[in-house]
Every structure is written in structure tokens, then in C-alpha cells.
Design a protein around this ligand. Sequence first.
Ligand code: XMP
Ligand code: MG
Length: 194
Amino acid sequence: MPKGGRPGPAVHSEVLFAPDDLAEAAQRVAGAIEDSVGEERPLLVGILKGATMFLADVMRARPFDCQVDFLSISPFGQGRVRIESDISVDIEGRHVVVLEDIVDTGLTLTYLLGTLRSRGPASLQVAALLDKSVRRLVEVPVQWVGFEIPDVFVVGYGMDFEGRYRNLPEVRMVHDLMALADDPDLLVGEVFAP
Ligand code: XMP
Ligand code: MG
């Protein structure tokens, strides 16, 4: 760690979206949700843990009448996921908007939407902060996207690597994912002040 109380030079990552960009995306997505279902008291469902910051920003960017709940999923082998902690609200007849941090292959969302759809919501839509559509394996409807990104690994603003970096106020692109896999603390010195 360099002297002087500042993080070292950022050599393993760089800022992809600064807090201002993310605030603009939250504002834009919130406006689109409000235009679509804002008069129906939608239920916003945040997917834990990655979507927490995005949900928090969207829900107060344009404070319309809505309800909020959370759902967490865990990998279940062979690209499958299962619900680890479910929402506590009956969604039959409700207008539901799922908020995700990032859509990658689309497998997680496909499973999740199938499960939620079987509960009979009046509508079921998705807002994702980031869309890595070049990596899509299954077609999945995403109504609102903050930003399209190429095939890069990102952390921050809710997104982690091995539980680290979620609390960064910006989204950072990781230069070498293999190096981060070898040492999950690789970015600590450059992204956090000591
Ligand atoms: P699928 O492939 O099912 O995956 O669409 C979506 C989930 O994968 C995680 N993911 C990432 N997490 N940086 C992250 O921190 C990334 O670049 C990234 N790409 C995918 C994420 O949990 C997402 O919900
Ligand atoms: Mg996630």
C-alpha cells in the first residue's frame, strides 16, 4: 500500500461507469418503469445481493407508489439455480418488475422468470443495470437496460468477486479475471483507501 493515505495506481481494473453514469441509468430506468406500470403499484423484486444498489437507486430516483421485495438464488449445478430465499408477497394479479445487476448467459433469469410466471402475475418485466448480451445462451426478455457491455468481468455497485468489492460506488472492469481468481484481494489496494 503506498504512503499518503491514497489507493495505489489502478493497474488491475478501471472505472467503466462512474457514480454519475449509474445515477443517470437509475433515473432513466425508473422513468421507464413508472411510464409502464407506475400507476399499478408495481412490486419491485431485487435479486440479492448484486441488485441491491441498483434497486435502491431506481426506487428513489422517481418515488412512485410501489412495493419492494427481495429474492436470493444460489447455483445448483449445471448452470441451474434455485431460490434460496423467496419473496414474501403473493404476486398473483400483480405487476412485477425484477431488478437484476447483470444479465450474462440469461440462464439465471430464465429460471427465475419461469418460477415467477407460474404464480400468475398480471405482468412480469425485467430491468437490468448491465446487459452482456454477447454472452447470451438463452433468449430472455429484458425490458429495460442501464448499459450494454462487452464480454468483460465487472465488480462494484453491488457486484462482487468472492464477496469483495460490492460496496464500490462505481462499476469497474477487471483487466485479468484469471489473476483475480488467483488472488481475490488483487484489487483491494487500488480501489479502497487504506
Ligand atoms: P447468467 O449467466 O445466468 O448470470 O445470466 C447472471 C449472473 O451472473 C453473475 N455475473 C457477474 N457478476 N460480474 C459479476 O460480479 C460480472 O461481470 C458478472 N457476469 C455475470 C451475476 O451474479 C448475475 O446475476
Ligand atoms: Mg446476480
